[in-house]
Ligand binder design. Structure first.
Ligand code: DMJ
Length: 440
């Protein structure tokens, strides 16, 4: 599957951000030169899967065809950090080629202006050619999902400025799209052991449990609907009332939380850990059940849950997203319960029957169940990587040596791999030490 998705990109869309599998062509996210999202996002997956020739193709494209100085349309900073910076750093982590690190550094230096704001909350649009940033659309996730990548960059280059700019974001407190902000609190602790991140995560997860988590069928059905003004909804279609029966909605993107709850629970030892682990397992079960009840077996962007806890999928749009297989993979690694491999295999079969194009990659599915002309770069970066790892042994990208960024790019944690040398670690700045380390 990895070979097919990559070869199709390489054949039909080489040089573009992503493959249009139905049009057998490529597209960029913005006008003008793109940032080669698919090769950058795919390098580590190809490397991990041992596809040496394909890895060499992707790496050559990135090293010779990726010119950040030529990218003149504003780009979404969150996506550029998690896909491009994360992809470059993970490829460097696996391969050790300093040219990949230099590329990552060039990118970070062009993005760093986004952190220069009065509030400390970063902007979310960047012009890479000019090295300037604009506010853009800022949510908790977009503001709070840079720490892993920038702290790693400081640790491997010895330059404290990257750690300093992300350290400023202690002040973030906005609502909106939140997911990976909490994920990064946990993962910053896992990767650096800095206690404040663990404290923030632990406080947040208990608050999420108390205020957001919904449980049905004695807790076997568990999910995290959006909540606005005290009600479990985000927009009008996220909470609907049918015949006085309350129907809640869970979005597919919240399904990453099954793995997050479980990973957070096994690395915590207090009276909450057992319960939090069960919640993670139940969120994962609920998300898989949503796949199983849908006609495509791949769920939908929106899943409805009745008062009794019955799941239904009204519209089967599926963008080749990874969140459900991500949680299944984490739960497999933590439990070795073969049920998780069975679930993953069912998803593989559904992908093959519903999304595979004979000669051009994998397509998404629209709300009517028809093929939709996109193969997002996260399909190779995340969905296929997590599936590959689900069926690999535990020594392949072991969880005690790597954390995955939110785009599934594995970065060595401190004490391992390219972060083994403790003398090189750049301290995570506290408020007092912050000023001197800032690049402005
Ligand atoms: C990916 O780019 C990342 O997983 C991100 O954190 C959320 N959205 C997509 C996949 O659905």
């Amino acid at each position: 599957m990895i070979r097919h998705a990559w070869a199709s990109y390489y054949r039909f869309a080489r040089g573009y951000d992503e493959l249009c599998p139905l049009g057998r062509s490529g597209r960029n996210w913005t006008a003008g030169p793109g940032v080669l999202f698919t090769p950058t996002d795919s390098m580590d997956t190809l490397h991990i899967a041992g596809l040496h020739a394909e890895y060499a193709q992707a790496k050559a494209l990135v090293l010779t065809g990726l010119d950040f100085a030529a990218v003149h349309s504003p780009l979404n900073a969150f996506e550029t950090t998690i896909r491009s910076l994360g992809g470059l750093l993970a490829a460097y982590d696996l391969d050790g080629d300093p040219r990949l690190l230099a590329k990552a550094r060039d990118l970070a230096d062009r993005m760093i202006a986004m952190f220069r704001t009065d509030s400390g909350i970063p902007h979310n649009e960047v012009r890479l050619d000019l090295g300037v940033a604009f506010a853009g659309s800022v949510s908790l996730a977009t503001a709070g999902t840079h720490q892993l990548e920038y702290q790693y960059l400081s640790d491997v280059t010895g330059d404290p400025k990257y750690a300093a700019v992300v350290g400023r974001r202690d002040k973030v407190g906005v609502a909106g799209e939140n997911d990976s902000y909490y994920e990064y609190l946990l993962k910053m602790w896992l990767s650096t052991r800095e206690p404040r991140y663990r404290r923030w995560y632990d406080e947040s997860i208990l608050a999420i449990e108390e205020h957001i988590l919904v449980k049905k069928r004695n807790g076997e059905v568990a999910y995290l609907p959006d909540k606005v003004w005290g009600r479990s909804e985000s927009t009008f279609h996220h909470l609907i009332w049918i015949n006085v029966a309350c129907v809640y909605v869970i979005g597919e993107q919240s399904c990453f939380a099954g793995g997050m709850f479980a990973l957070g629970a096994v690395t915590r030892s207090d009276q909450h850990s057992h319960r939090l682990f069960a919640i993670g397992a139940n969120i994962t079960r609920t998300c898989f059940e949503a796949y199983a009840v849908s006609s495509t077996k791949l769920g939908g962007e929106t899943v409805y849950v009745s008062d009794q806890g019955d799941l239904s999928v009204h519209s089967v749009d599926y963008l080749l997203r990874p969140e459900v297989v991500e949680s299944i993979f984490i739960l497999w690694r933590l439990t070795h319960n073969p049920m998780y491999r069975d679930w993953g295999w069912q998803i593989v079969q559904a992908l093959e029957s519903q999304c595979r194009n004979t000669d051009a990659g994998y397509h998404a599915i629209d709300s009517n169940g028809a093929p939709s002309d996109r193969q997002e770069s996260f399909f190779l970066a995340e969905t296929l990587k997590y599936l590959y790892l689900l069926f690999s042994d535990d020594a392949t990208v072991p969880l005690d040596r790597f954390v995955f960024n939110t785009e599934a790019h594995p970065l060595s944690i401190r004490g391992h791999g390219r972060r083994a040398d403790a003398t090189k670690w750049v301290p995570i700045p506290d408020a007092a030490g912050l000023k001197e380390a800032l690049p402005w």
